[in-house]
Design a protein around this ligand. Sequence first.
Ligand SMILES: [Ca+2]
Ligand SMILES: [Ca+2]
Ligand SMILES: [Ca+2]
Length: 374
Amino acid sequence: MRPARSTVLCAFLSASIPVVFAANTHNIVIDGDFSDWATVPSHYDPVGGPGVLHNGIPDTHDTDHSGPNDVPVYVHHPDIDLIEYKFTHDTSNLYAYFRATGVIGNTISNSTQHGRYYVIVTIDVDNNTNTGYGLHEGGYYPTSYGYDMNMEFEFFNGGPNKGNYLNHGATNQAQLDAAFQDQTNGIVRLLPGSYYFYPEWVWFDSPTTGTNRLPFPDDFASITFVKDKGPRYQGIVRIALSPDGHQAEMVAPFRGFMRNPSGSPIVALRKTMKISMSLEASGELAPDGTWASDTADPIENYYLNPYPEPGLQISKVSPNGNVTLSWVTGAIGMQLQRSWSLTSPDWQPVSGSTETNQIIFAASETNAFFRLAE
Ligand SMILES: [Ca+2]
Ligand SMILES: [Ca+2]
Ligand SMILES: [Ca+2]
């Protein structure tokens, strides 16, 4: 046997929709050690300061505006100055990473002052701008649309307070009442929303910790509806900071986003979402004493790929003339595909490849190209 001199390896993922960013799963632990984020792609936001604009908006700004075309006023508040952010998932959780100029979660606590700080991920869970709300309504700029649900963490009065889910699917009090009733039963309807009408809840993986036990199949869990500045709760949305406070990592399990009226999970693998991330704080620690926030550019068309980076590899030809293609065990289920050409590719599945992470071929003189696809 002669070696396959020009066997070429083509190791990229193909998604069903070309514009979608097929995000791989990552293993993240919420522990204040950020080495687990090293291979998650970074996004950046300007370092705030006088005159620093982000899409025409002062990077760190007041929260007193709500019109879609308003330009809020610059506020110097390094603690909420977001400068880097990341987003990832595994097979059952969403994870967000924040890095700020100042100290994330920094709030004042004394006899008269009880500061507030919010780490916010707001998500267009159905990738549809006709449902949910526009960020400007909450004073967040640059604005964008379609945000149905939040995963967020509140710091209050000098310490962590609660991690909760939140739904923007109501535009009046009657719809808000209906949303509360749905969520008592573990249901979220994705409807046009407003910033001003939102239920927020903490989810507990216990039937009795929360005030409302959920019906089957979520009857292992319960929720408590919460309000800002309310009592301290430890649910399943968790956060950890770096020792210097400049970085935060946060988890929100899929299940806390609840189910649609048909019983399907709102957040699940193979869905596509848009994600916006903000930091916001009250003004006690800002030099001019006013609330401020900083909102990143959204991460658009985030596809919840079920698999990790597959790491497709090809071996040297063995003495008996075989080459081995292999990929990580976590990517078992992906399909190996082969094409004899890249100029007019005709990708054909390799039989049996979705049940394994290793395929052995006899080397030949013919070029072959391989890829792994979902
Ligand atoms: Ca970690
Ligand atoms: Ca910034
Ligand atoms: Ca939406």
